[in-house]
Design a protein around this ligand. Structure first.
Ligand code: CO
Length: 311
């Protein structure tokens, strides 16, 4: 596995609506064309594999009179994941910043005032550094191997992007798409679903793992998860059984489970294209320490390559 490419892909910033640098890296590595929405498309075939390029993050709203950079969230960032974080403001330059936390030395206030500190004490100083309103902000990424896992912010869904890139190199006779703005409403996929002339769409994304009352009995390391149900409803049983059968024939371990939230699969389903997501179990989803199991990456790649020729 080319972990160097995966690492580069994870580290490049791409908050929803600002996926250009991810798209650039994908096109530089495997080619592909941009559509009007900013989605990248490559290959040709009646089965389309989809992964989303964007990541959850923050957006600068304004800088207050004390030079504190104020922000709002883009996508589902857990509140607990905000304090004590290193961030990067992507303004006129990539500007380092931090979101502080109140020290234990002071009496606790109920609600902490959260802001990005870029080391500026006035709006002018922040502007000089290159902070501009509506700049996207990412959390600093520490890509590390942790036991048999890989950990970093933005594993969701750069691991999916990476699997599609590797699959496209080996199985170019299928269609591949890397979408924008999944985390804010499946926006890129909705546009793609309207124009894609395919008989099925297979979405490769991470799966927030694991809570048995939502996901069923799935676990990291147990194989890619066929996501048969999520907050958008059920996915086609016929397609699911066919995928399970192909996996069985090739001795690729898979799990059957459900997901909270949704994926780009919902956009295709609602446009009348049978679709299902293959989920890579992801511990601590949407935090700065997302973790995916190396075996799941390997088996998901095998599954995608196999499906590309046999589905
Ligand atoms: Co995702």
């Amino acid at each position: 596995m080319d972990l160097q490419l995966l690492r580069r892909l994870v580290e490049v910033p791409g908050v929803s609506g600002h996926e250009e640098r991810v798209a650039g890296l994908i096109r530089e590595s495997v080619g592909g064309l941009l559509d009007d929405m900013g989605n990248v498309r490559a290959g040709n075939g009646k089965v389309l594999f989809v992964a989303h390029m964007d990541e959850v993050g923050l957006l600068v709203t304004h800088v207050d009179s004390e030079g504190k950079v104020r922000f709002r969230k883009v996508g589902g960032v857990p509140d607990q994941a905000l304090p004590s974080q290193h961030v990067v403001v992507h303004g006129e330059a990539d500007i380092p910043g931090v979101i502080g936390v109140e020290p234990p030395h002071f009496s606790k206030t109920d609600k902490q005032d959260l802001y990005i500190d870029v080391g500026a004490s006035s709006p002018e100083e922040a502007a000089e550094l290159g902070v501009t309103p509506f700049s996207p902000v990412t959390f600093l990424k520490a890509f590390r191997e942790v036991g048999k896992y890989l950990s970093s912010r933005a594993m969701d869904d750069r691991v999916g992007c990476w699997i599609l890139m590797e699959a496209y190199k080996r199985a170019p006779d299928a269609a591949y798409a890397w979408t924008v703005q999944e985390e804010v409403g499946l926006v890129g996929a909705k546009a793609l679903a309207r124009s894609a002339d395919v008989r099925a769409a297979i979405i490769v994304d991470t799966l927030a793992c694991c809570n048995p009352s939502i996901t069923g009995n799935v676990r990291p390391g147990g194989g890619p998860v066929l996501r048969v149900f999520d907050n958008y409803g059920p996915y086609p049983r016929k397609l699911a059984s066919r995928i399970a059968e192909i996996a069985r024939m090739h001795d690729i371990p898979i799990q059957v489970g459900g997901g909270g939230g949704g994926t780009d699969a919902a956009a295709f389903q609602q446009a009348g294209v049978p679709a299902i997501a293959i989920g890579i179990p992801n511990k601590y989803a949407h935090s700065s320490v997302e973790m995916v199991h190396v075996d799941d990456l390997r088996n998901t790649l095998r599954l995608v390559i196999t499906l590309a020729s046999e589905l």
